[in-house]
Design a protein around this ligand. Sequence first.
Ligand code: P53
Length: 465
Amino acid sequence: MNKTKSFPKDFLWGGAIAANQAEGAYLEDGKGLSTADLMPYGLMKGIQENSTDLNLYHEAVDFYHHYKEDIAMFAEMGFKVFRTSIAWSRIFPKGDELIPNEKGLEFYDNLFDELLTYGIEPIVTISHFETPWHLVKENGGWKNRKTIDHYIRYCETIFTRYKDKVKYWIGFNEINNIHTIPTAGGGILIEENENRLQAIYQASHHMFVASALATKLCQEIITDAKMGAMLSLSGVYPNTCHPDDVFETYELRRRSLFFSDVLLRGTYPSYINRIWDKHGVQVKMEGNDLELIKKHTADYLGFSYYRSTTHKAGTPILGHTGGITGTPNPFLESTSWGWQIDSKGLRYVCNELYDRYQKPLFIIENGMGTNDEIVNGEINDDYRIDYIKVHLKEMKEAIDDGVELMGYTYWGPIDIVSAGTGELKKRYGFIYVDRDNEGKGTFKRLKKKSFNWYKKVIETNGADL
Ligand code: P53
């Protein structure tokens, strides 16, 4: 039987954002401070606790007050799904309270209702780089086993409250990014003389146990729920065909795949022991941790894919996540932010992941961030259209290769604040927001050329690329 290249008819087209990069209203209706609120220069530079510098996340693009207008535009594009996160600190402002903040819960009730009115299914990230600051600073964040209890209380609260509204959940955004950005990715601060990898792997273990417990709870409370793992899995190639480059790149990739190995296969892979021994890591586990991890694995693997890089043997493997460090690839073009565009790499990664796990994949982040210029009241972002087009074509190829793909949520369908750098100038949207790096602007929304293009992609189920 010949299968023609096409997206399945129930393919989940949509877009994805995160609370802290879009909502603003960072202290409104009882919200507490989260790690994201203290990173004026983005998550690479990390926490600047007493800084009074302009922090664009505080108001972001004011999605908190504009969500109705924005969702109406997502609906116009035909979104089937919309991924956002719940800001943990809106529900539990400090993280360790016993009673949730009703105002915070109401906001997400209204948001999900608005989506459902248009038939858009919400996909919710439970923790997207926005751990309550109090938990991180005073309690040690995920290094502390007690954080599991706080997280599970938060999960139980939101699963119970939104059980009729949300079926798709994601435990942690880019969980493997705890290596490169420990405070954002893993809610931990690394002390100066601390064994970095000890802290990272201990915190990761706690997050694995929390993921297992959350998956269990989610399936108990919500019928037809799907709990996803989520990793940053942009690609990485050996810099040359020298066997040292090839093998080290393989090792480097496994530092990331380690997280999906645990979350999807339900066991710690044997290769981790050597890494732990080498770095003096001893992970404390308790009682039935391993049993829980084994029993409650994720239903699907969501991942972000933006670009690829190459790796040269001898350059440090920090616990690289694929796509963050590395040497440039002479065969690829770059965006103006220096991210190398590699659509074939997306096909490669889809095949790599499906071969390894045989579980459904969901591309829940992909996109092009760049500065857009308004000329005569219009933004002709053909470069963005080109970027998406080539990636969608390779997704089609991957589907033809036999990969089971659930959907595609484009990152930042409306301009939001960049996670990496805290800027607004790095725009991803189909919808422009009048707000700049200096914090000036009216928050007015404007459709870019890509808006109607993406609308057509969804309308035709990607048949005409
Ligand atoms: P920005 C790289 C660096 C930081 C966060 O990034 C990243 C990545 C890519 O893996 O992860 C995701 O905004 C993240 C989003 C983020 C998006 O990449 O720096 O899940 O929150 O906005 C894009 O261009």
